[in-house]
Design a protein around this ligand. Structure first.
Ligand SMILES: [Fe+2]
Length: 218
């Protein structure tokens, strides 16, 4: 995916390579999840609470950062579609109802547990680097979709039947994913080789650390 000079250049195949890297990162995270039946009630509550502490107040903000960062119509159209759905259907409210019904509303200690890793992702988003930010959001969306059955099972074990959040976010939309990677293609073409290879997965790495921190509070 990188040229001899170590910069990302504009070729369709690079998007496929990036997608493969993201799929691998997602599989790795899913494989590291403890089996729901082996998770204690306290850990179960903690995972849902830390996930909510991160998602409820940050997802729209990060997507907005992506919108401000990108420079192509393809990417803007894709991000706007996502933001419209988030706001119109009040996804933060959906997230809150999910946590409430699972008796897992984030406490001060839950917010503190993810503080540093969350801050790292926030600062990355603030750099407004178009290609790395679109890659990061593609990774996050892909992960969330695959994580929903697990999160739903934890909530069920908490005695909850409120599954709107996990139902809405667990849908595998192939057209949406294709459009997202076409938007990435357009942003790579616009960057025209100006993205250093050590920068393209910076946000993905920070987000992986944050997700591990959500699952295991250490
Ligand atoms: Fe959402």
């Amino acid at each position: 995916m990188t040229s001899a000079s170590g910069v990302l250049t504009s070729k369709q195949s690079q998007t496929a390579t990036i997608q493969a890297h993201l799929d691998e990162a997602i599989e790795g995270l899913l494989a590291s999840l403890p089996a729901p039946q082996q998770v204690s009630a306290d850990q179960r509550r903690g995972i849902i609470a830390r996930y909510s502490a991160v998602l409820e107040g940050n997802f729209i903000y990060w997507m907005t950062g992506a919108y401000l960062a990108v420079g192509t119509d393809e990417a803007r159209a894709k991000i706007i579609e996502n933001l419209r759905e988030e706001v119109r259907d009040c996804h933060p409210g959906m997230m809150r109802r999910f946590a409430l019904a699972a008796h897992a509303v984030p406490t001060e200690a839950d917010a503190q547990a993810v503080y540093q890793n969350l801050m790292n992702v926030r600062l990355f988003i603030g750099k407004l680097s178009p290609v790395p930010i679109v890659i990061t959001m593609a990774f996050f969306e892909g992960f969330i979709q695959r994580f929903m059955p697990y999160l739903a099972e934890l909530a069920q074990r908490q005695g909850s039947a409120e599954m709107e959040y996990t139902d809405v976010h667990g849908v595998c939309d192939i057209t949406h994913t294709q459009e997202l990677f076409r938007a990435l293609d357009a942003e790579i073409a616009l960057a025209n080789g100006s993205v250093a290879s050590d920068e393209i997965f910076e946000g993905v790495t920070l987000l992986q650390n944050l997700i591990r921190n959500i699952v295991v509070n250490d």
